[in-house]
Design a protein around this ligand. Structure first.
Ligand code: F6R
Length: 369
């Protein structure tokens, strides 16, 4: 059942192009318009939404963090993303015009379920993004958009994450479409690129051997840091989470802009630092700032592992290891940038002799608070 792979996680990483394609299937019509039949919240209600609140835990929370950038940029509706376990205990402000999006692979995560129950009690509409048919979270929501990742067996989430991202983009684009905001050329080109993105994920997977080699060479390290900015920040957090849970290493993700506010003190000789570099074509200011961050940490001895778009030559002089990813629109980059981090963590876990599919102390779905 592992389909020839040593671990479910490897199989699930490899299945990502298909998972992404399946989640898009039938949801974008030939004219490039989105058709989301499963969303049962009527359009007139969505048109009235004045705030989006995303709740989730762990990896799903990272998908939600990325969704915030997309939703606000494409729809201009204020959006916040919060850990489900924090949300429900702080008396959040919700009403009938709030759309709450609950993201959960299993559909059974207790904190997320409690958050959505709380939201519905306050009159908010709840849309679930879920991978498990008929599970509790979609059953208790007003609407559901299923991710079609197929069953995810490995405890560490991989293909579910990519499909959660796709679902979040679809929700953002759909909201934009229904409300007519920013429904211009940019949106059409994003839809076009999104519908092709599984091929790009495939391309990344085909180039992972050097990443595996690099991971093996770092097996005796204690700490790895991850830096990112904009949507690259949640990607950095996700890379760090994968490494903690699989390799049992100290791993932290930072917003690169925060370096000087503290984390730079951690940089020392030979410390591996993974940096997710935004596209030089999109928000080029951010790109240039990250490049100077890479220079700064390298000057202090860090071993830089740079994830950058093909054709981005500015990073070459400062990268001890360079991982290339295909060019994508800025907001979609997490779909390709996360893959090397998954492979990296999986290979490091293997090199350290850890149980990849069943990391210590973890359960696939956390049904207690
Ligand atoms: C990390 C991981 C967990 C889950 C989290 C939420 O690899 O798998 O952080 O993402 O427990 O689970 P779901 O999505 O089932 O609500």
């Amino acid at each position: 059942e592992k389909g020839g792979y040593d671990y479910f996680m490897l199989k699930e990483i490899a299945e990502q192009p298909k998972a992404v394609a399946d989640t898009l299937l039938g949801r974008i019509d030939e004219a490039g318009r989105l058709a989301l039949d499963e969303v049962r919240i009527p359009d007139h209600v969505l048109r009235e939404v004045n705030k989006v609140v995303i709740v989730a835990c762990g990896t799903a929370y990272h998908a939600g963090m990325i969704a915030k950038y997309a939703i606000e940029h494409w729809t201009r509706i204020p959006c916040e993303t919060e850990l489900a376990s924090e949300f429900r205990y702080r008396d959040p402000i919700l009403d009938q015009r709030t759309l709450v999006v609950a993201i959960s692979q299993s559909g059974e995560t207790m904190d997320t379920l409690m958050a959505l129950r709380h939201a519905r009690e306050q009159g908010a509409k709840v849309l679930a993004i879920c991978n498990t048919n008929g599970s509790t979270i979609p059953r208790e929501s007003d609407a559901v958009l299923y991710t079609h990742a197929g069953p995810e067996v490995a405890v560490a989430s991989t293909k579910a994450f990519l499909t959660q991202l796709v679902a979040c983009y679809l929700v953002a684009l759909y909201l934009g479409q229904v409300r007519g905001t920013k429904w211009g050329d940019e949106i059409h080109s994003v839809i076009r690129e999104l519908s092709q993105i599984s091929t790009e994920v495939e391309k990344v997977l085909a180039t992972m051997e050097p990443v595996r080699e690099l991971a093996r060479s770092l097996a005796d390290k204690d700490t790895v840091l991850f830096l990112g900015r904009h949507v690259g920040f949640p990607v950095a957090l996700e890379g760090a989470l994968k490494l903690k849970e699989l390799a049992y290493m100290h791993a932290e993700g930072f917003a690169a802009g925060e370096l000087k506010h503290g984390p730079i003190a951690l940089i020392e000789e030979d410390l591996p630092v993974v940096v997710v570099v935004p596209s030089p074509r999109g928000r080029s200011v951010l790109h240039d700032k990250i490049v100077s961050n890479i220079q700064e940490i390298r000057a202090r001895g860090a071993r830089t592992i740079v994830i950058a778009e093909e054709g981005d030559e500015t990073v070459v002089p400062y990268a001890d290891h360079l991982v290339r990813i295909p060019a994508t629109p800025t907001l979609l980059q997490p779909l390709v940038a996360t893959v090397p981090l998954q492979v990296f963590a999986c290979e490091l876990a293997t090199a350290r002799g850890n149980e990849v599919d069943q990391p210590r102390n973890l359960a696939k779905s956390v049904t207690v608070e």
